[in-house]
Design a protein around this ligand. Sequence first.
Ligand code: AKB
Length: 324
Amino acid sequence: MAPKVLVTGSAGQIGAELVPYLRQRYGNDRVVAAVHKAQGSPLLKAGPVEVLEVSDSSALDRIVKKYAIDTIYHLAAVLSATGENNPQLAWQINMDGLRNVLEVARTDGVPKVFWPSSIGVFGPDAPRRMAPQAAALNPTTMYGVTKVAGELLCSYYFLKYGLDVRCLRYPGLISSEAPPGGGTTDYAVEIFYAALEKGRYACFLREDTVLPMMYMPDALRATVRLMEAPRADVRLHSGYNLAAISFSAGEIAAEIAKRVPGFSVTYSPDSRQKIADSWPMSIDDSEARRDWGWIHEYDLAKMASDMLAKLGRRMGGDGKTFNP
Ligand code: AKB
């Protein structure tokens, strides 16, 4: 029997793609999209939609009972750059929301929860290259603090209550369908829109800044693969390192320029550079690959071709103006 799923933060960067992906897999009526206020894309209307503040645990409890939910993907969160501008908000949304979800799952008997952690758990003392699963977690951003605390809370609910919480430390995610909002890795999405709309981009990170990244189709496959893995294969209930590609801002710019003739980029680092500099350039996800068979599909070239073709079509071109 397919799971009965609730996704919080459904209108966000991951949710906007995960909801249709899960609905295709499990059936439209089996995936409830929870959105903050009355936002949300028309795509979400293919199945049930609920307005939810993650800080409102009685509303959450009502939705879980109304739909007999047995799996929650709790995606609603504030990202790193917004979190540095408003640390109190980041703590409130990220921590209160997670605690409410875990508590409602425990008290309502929801057996399974997914929660997104991030490469933001690492700080400047973690190895810069291939940061291992068990690296020291000493982030210097409030976002990272909430991700480390969240991982510990998830692990606590697993150990204390047997709640099957599963988490991934996502790298920066690049999506052709939904814009990111308030992250440090957002440049890697903005750059594609700028290339197609204006032929130039002013990047807020230095040209040599290398960060771990992933194309959204890979992230969706990883998420569902982890959630569908037999319980015995999932050894970690805090956060699995997850990786696909690492590239510098200059490298992605060059990859786009191969396909969009004349594309140019200038670099004016702002406060987000400090966040990027505190994160590793690549991470070692061998435990995810070993435990539940994670394999990524998209490298930089394949991702860039696919992004440009999809965005090009949406912006009115035929997607063939660019040379994949
Ligand atoms: C961010 O930049 O804040 C996020 C992340 C890496 O978790 N994309």
